[in-house]
Write a protein that binds this ligand. Structure first.
Ligand SMILES: *[C@@H]1O[C@H](CO)[C@@H](O)[C@H](O)[C@H]1NC(C)=O
Ligand SMILES: *[C@@H]1O[C@H](CO)[C@@H](O)[C@H](O)[C@H]1NC(C)=O
Length: 342
């Protein structure tokens, strides 16, 4: 029922659209988009209030969430798959370790977890696993080097290679500039990444980004303390690694960390985040800002209905799914799950 409520009859949609356009007209000069209808509530995350989990798009009808931290502070090993047409969650095989800030991606219907932070101490791990849905099993795959162990890296997939940039070496650890790449076909980590591509121009953790076209983007995040938020967009052309990373002209309007990112078309959508200095914000951002990779420009959209950090997002069929997240700096969290239609 709920899943169909957005498919209004065409004439009614047109009438509603005219209202929305009329309502937006007053703000047109600000470049603001005030449509609240862009958000829709879905079935809550079964693990309960959660943050620092990772979300990946698994197929055209499914996404998955991996690990995370409960509101009680406990780190979990659970993995859930969400079925979009059914609006329902299913628990699948757990990871061999409890994990948060997992560096995760999906390639050809499998989930890859390439390090993250494990255990009660949130220690950065170089260990990696792959999940195969038909057999409902996690298997160990080649680890990254110990010096590259980290969580909260930005992940992107290109030519069946998973690229990771930045991250944090563990709870209370360092923000790193490290770039690593895992080839899903050979099952090996690339060892021949040119020096200029091997490091982003500055250390970052809790940033966003991914791959659009042939380019890998690392967006914002913090360097050192939570309060030291950045606004940079770093870009690597994966077809010209020797050229190395460049810093784009476009700067994130509201510097943030711990925001959720997803790609629709040639744009990165960014949601919420952590490090808001204003006391009434409880340390959390509500901003929704979009980076157009074709024009190298940012725009602001209407804010999130539930401002949060430490969530993560996945786009499927042009819609962006955002399960859970922290509702205040630290552990307060929500199980709420919503979808954003750009
Ligand atoms: C904060 O970030 C800036 C770069 O944006 C960097 O130069 C500075 O060292 C950072 N401060 C700390 C305490 O890490
Ligand atoms: C990616 O795949 C395309 C098409 O197979 C190929 O032409 C290109 O060289 C590959 N690029 C890299 C960096 O592996």
């Amino acid at each position: 029922m709920a899943a169909n409520s957005s498919f209004l009859a065409q004439p009614l949609r047109l009438i509603l659209l005219s209202f929305v356009l009329a309502a937006c007209a007053g703000n047109a000069h600000l470049g603001l988009d005030t449509r609240q209808s862009a958000w829709k509530t879905l079935a809550p995350v079964p693990a309960g209030a959660i943050h620092e989990h990772s979300t990946v798009a698994l197929s055209t009808t499914q996404l998955a969430i991996i690990g995370g931290v409960l509101q009680t502070g406990g780190v979990i090993d659970s993995v859930y798959i969400y079925d979009i047409p059914k609006d329902s969650w299913q628990k699948v095989a757990s990871l061999p370790v409890t994990i948060n800030h997992a560096n995760a991606a999906a390639v050809d219907g499998k989930i890859y977890v390439l390090g993250g932070m494990t255990g009660a101490s949130w220690a950065g791990t170089p260990k990696c696993w792959a999940y195969d849905p038909p057999s409902n099993k996690w298997t160990s795959i080649a680890s990254m080097t110990t010096s590259e162990a980290r969580g909260s890296a930005v992940a992107g997939v290109y030519n069946r290679t998973i690229w990771l940039a930045s991250g944090k070496t563990g709870s209370g650890g360092e923000s790193v500039a490290t770039v690593s790449a895992y080839d899903v076909i050979t099952g090996q980590w690339l060892t021949s990444i040119p020096e200029k591509a091997k490091r982003i121009p500055g250390g970052r953790d809790h940033g966003g980004g991914g791959v659009i076209g042939t380019k890998f983007y690392q967006i914002a995040g913090s360097l050192g303390p939570i309060s030291n938020r950045t606004d940079t967009v770093f870009v690597l052309d994966l077809e010209d690694l020797a050229k190395g990373w460049i810093t784009a002209k476009g700067r994130m309007p509201t510097p943030r960390r711990g925001f959720a990112t997803a790609v629709v078309g040639k744009k990165f959508y960014t949601f919420g985040g952590e490090g808001n200095p204003s006391p009434e914000s409880k340390g959390v951002f509500k901003e929704v800002e979009v980076y157009d990779t074709e024009t190298d420009t940012w725009a602001s959209l209407a804010p999130m209905n539930i401002p949060r950090h430490g969530s993560s997002a996945a786009a499927v069929g042009g819609r962006i799914y955002i399960p859970g997240g922290g509702t205040a700096s630290g552990t307060p969290a929500t199980a709420a799950f919503d979808v954003f239609t750009p």
